[in-house]
Structure formats: C-alpha cells, structure tokens
Design a protein around this ligand. Sequence first.
Ligand code: GLA
Length: 440
Amino acid sequence: MDAVGAFRERFGGEPEGVWSAPGRVNLIGEHTDYNGGLALPIALPHRTYAAASPRGDRVLRVTSVQTGDVVEVSLDEVGPGTVGGWSAYVAGVPWALAQAGYAVGGLDVAVDGRVPLGAGLSSSAALECAVGAAISDLNGLGLLESDDARAVLVSACRRAENDIAGAPTGGMDQSASLLCRPDHALLLDCRDGATEHVPFGIGAAGLVLLVIDTKAHHALVDGQYGARRAACESAAATLGVETLREIAIGDLEGALSRLPDEVERRRVRHVVTEIDRVTATVAALRRGEYAEVGHLFDASHVSLRDDYEVSCPELDVAVAAARDAGALGARMTGGGFGAPPLRSCRPTRWRRSSGVWNRHTAEGGSARRSASRSSPAGAPTAIRRRRDASEGRGGGGVGRAARLAARDRTPGYTNAAYRVLVAASAQVRPLGSAPPLSML
Ligand code: GLA
C-alpha cells in the first residue's frame, strides 16, 4: 500500500494530490545547528509522501501506511502537549503555520514514510516538510515558491517538532529537506540562515558515500539530546556569548580555560572544532581532496564519540569496520544515540555470505536501476496533482519511477540486521531519474 491507497482505504475518495519531501544525511557539522554553527547535509532519495485533501471544517485527520491508525484532532485544539505520538509531527505543522499568521483549514492526510524511522536520517523532518508542502499548496500559501518562502516553511516545521512533538532540535533537518539541490550539499549557516550550495560530485572521483544502518535505534525526545543542548547553552552563558558559534577556533583554548565544568569543556570543544571541520570539509570538497574529507570525517567521529558522547558501540564498531575495509573516512551521522554512520570510500559492493559481509567490486547500481525502470506502472492514476518539495530546486518532480524505486527499496531496510546502502552522489540527483542507489 502507498499513501494514495491508505487515503482511499481510510478516508474514501481520492486525495487532491501527493506531496513529498526527502530525508537527509549530514555530511559533517553535527550538533552545531542549535549552536548557531555550520552544517553540511545532502538530501536522500528516500522520501515521505503525503496524500492529502482539504476539508471544509477545522478537523485534521491523519493516517499512515506504516501504522494503520487514524488520528483525528481539531486544529483549534492543537497546542504544546495536546497531541502525542507520530501524529504530533503532522498536527504541529498547521499549528505552527497558524502561529506564523497563515490561514490554514482542516485536511485529511495519509502519509507513507519511506525514510527509515529512528535511523538519524530525518524521517521526522521529511514527514513535517511533506505535510507542510501539502498544506502550503492546499491553502494557497505559496511557501514552496522561493528559498525565502521555503525558509518560512522550514521554521514552521521546526516549530512543529520543537513545540508540538517536543524534540528540541536545531533546524538543520528541515532546511535540508526543503532547500537541498541535486548534486550539491547544503552549507547551512545556522547563525543567520544563510545557505550555499556546494557541488558534491564525488562519483566523478570514483567515490561513493555509504550510509550504514546499524539498526541501533535512536530518539531525540528522550532527554539526552536536550541535555547536550542545555550544556551548550550553559557554557555559552558562562562565556558571555549568545551561541558557541561566537567562539573562534583560535580562541578555543582560552574559552576552555574559563569553563569550570569538565563536561561543558568537552561539549564546547566538540562544537567549536566541528564547526571548523565543516569549513575545512567544504574547502577540501571544492579542491577535490577527498582523502582530506575522509580525515575530517574520522576526526568528527572521534569528537562526537569522546567529547560530545553521542555515539554508541554499534556506531563505533561500524565506523571501525568501515575504516578497516578501506574507507577514506567514516563517522556517525545525525543526532547520535544510535544513528547510522557515514563513510566515504571507493565503490564497493558488499554481499553477505556465511554470516560475513564481503566486499565485491561488481557494479551495484545498474541492476536495480533497470529493475526500477521496468517495474510495472503501479502508481495511482487518480492523482490530480503531485508536488515534490524539491520542485524548483532543479530536482524536478517525483516521478513514478522514483516512487516505485522507493517502494522497491524499502523492504531491504526491514529484513536484515545489518545493511549497507550504497548511495553514491546519486542521492542528490533528481528523483524522477531513479537514482543509482543499491540496497544490497
Ligand atoms: C538531529 C536534529 C538536528 C541536529 C542533529 C545533530 O538530527 O534534528 O537539528 O541537531 O540531530 O547534528
């Protein structure tokens, strides 16, 4: 079943349209966003789809392919603490838009989350942004029409997550979901919201980027994320700065010497050095010095593991295994506490035999690509409008092939204890062209 099927089954009739938004992988710049720092995410081909129709009243009905339940709430009753569970990420969006002064009516929405849940790949932001895109179009808000308009949607989706879902996250994920462009990483300056699209064409250098799902589940609403954030804010207050971004790398030692708390010293060291690593990574990418990018990945992981303490044994093992297998560099990505690691290496195909992962040099992407293309046409024909949050980004609309490809790939995530995803630079290609992404 997909979003349209769920819509028909649970609500009856056809949705007005289907909107989608991608998850993201952060290349580097972890736990910097809420410190006014720099981050460098790319969009994933994995998306969340929202089939939606407007209603004539103030009711929001939400269902999902993954959970099967239907949650119904009056928009007038949504507020901090009033909606629980996954539907809070949906209900929060019209609430936040209304708070920002936009007139938003009721709607029925069926979502199909194709971004792995709880894997540090921003499934929650993809959900918020897909719903936000639907609401914008259904209510004629025009919030997908320019980067400035999208910035409004970014901030509404972030508020939904912070205030209604209760996750005190920093906004990088929503920015990535709505602002990333194909074949580019998004250099995001969280101090002033400035963005720059940095070419990310590692494929031309014979490199791929692997995202390894350790299956170690993570959550951002269990207090650990908030505790890191609070430590940073406390350190910033002690140092007399608005955010840790104000601490230049050259002033780090002096700043550390003014912090009495050992834990806060380590948190600050991570944030300040990580921001510096983002700048260095962008410079290395621009020069095509990928070995240097790998070193920066490695240093980021050590910093997140030892100073920020957001890694976990599964991540450390996967990162070490990646390096042992010849990766140029490897690091955990996302919030941590169990999120998947990221590695950059020469193209390699992994197969499992006798319980062991072996590397093969066989071409991995093309078979699946052609399989996706030759899939029977299964997309609903009743859709009158489709809208993709990448439209206008140079990403094109979400095509049927991509949608089928997403469906084809998804089961791979659920069937094995340990999966290697060969994402290559294809993760930032227009989805309509069915990206060369292999789930092995
Ligand atoms: C989560 C949050 C982001 C960011 C990352 C860590 O993904 O949603 O805002 O803080 O963790 O970099």
